[in-house]
Design a protein around this ligand. Structure first.
Ligand code: AMP
Length: 181
């Protein structure tokens, strides 16, 4: 398998204009996930700053964060924590409301998914306003986790999410940025 460059990584993201509504440019990572070299490269780049660091768990946000986060956890020999939409987890949960573009939703995590002082990395495919990641970080911190970093393949800097997360004191790693929404 030949190596794939960062520019090629960007070119395997599919952009769908006006999805799911007018004005939104949907950045589709399924084309990256379906490309063996690109998927490996993305996971390698996401974990690169943490190689050799002691990471206990990787938390991934439903649903694309499960795919990337699972691969990152495997690579770091860490456990995986699924953060899910309300009503999906079967055991005792903690939950938090988070803001979407229009209105609120709730995300949940099992209460015993993380233990105090465990070192956790958060993973998702994309950060836009940062509302989803902020909710996940609050849940993890509520259970006493130390959130070491939040990692995303794609940043939409115009929406300010990465800056919002950095202001919470959590370093942010992103592999590429796209203009606009
Ligand atoms: P936010 O909470 O605003 O940072 O939104 C992040 C979540 O919404 C991530 O789980 C993304 O998968 C999804 N998302 C937001 N905007 C886009 C977009 N333009 N293209 C693809 N996914 C998006």
């Amino acid at each position: 398998m030949n190596d794939i460059g960062s520019q090629d990584l960007r070119s395997v993201i599919r952009t769908i204009p006006d999805y799911p509504k007018p004005g939104i440019q949907f950045r589709d990572v399924t084309t990256l996930l379906g490309d063996a070299r690109a998927f490996r490269r993305a996971v390698d780049e996401l974990v690169q700053p943490f190689a050799g660091a002691k990471i206990d768990k990787v938390a991934g946000m439903e649903a694309r964060g499960f795919i990337l986060g699972g691969a990152v956890a495997h690579q770091l020999s860490a456990g995986f924590i699924p953060i899910r939409k309300k009503g999906k987890l079967p055991w005792t949960k903690v939950s938090i409301a988070y803001s979407l573009e229009y209105g609120l939703d709730e995300m949940e995590m099992h209460q015993d998914a993380v233990h105090p002082n465990e070192r956790v990395i958060l993973v998702d495919d994309l950060i836009a306003t940062g509302g989803t990641a902020e909710g996940a970080i609050k849940l993890l911190k509520q259970l006493g986790a130390e959130v070491i970093a939040a990692c995303f393949v794609i940043d939409l800097p115009a929406l300010g999410g990465a800056d919002k997360i950095r202001k919470l004191g959590v370093p942010v790693r992103t592999l590429m940025a796209f203009d606009g929404h």
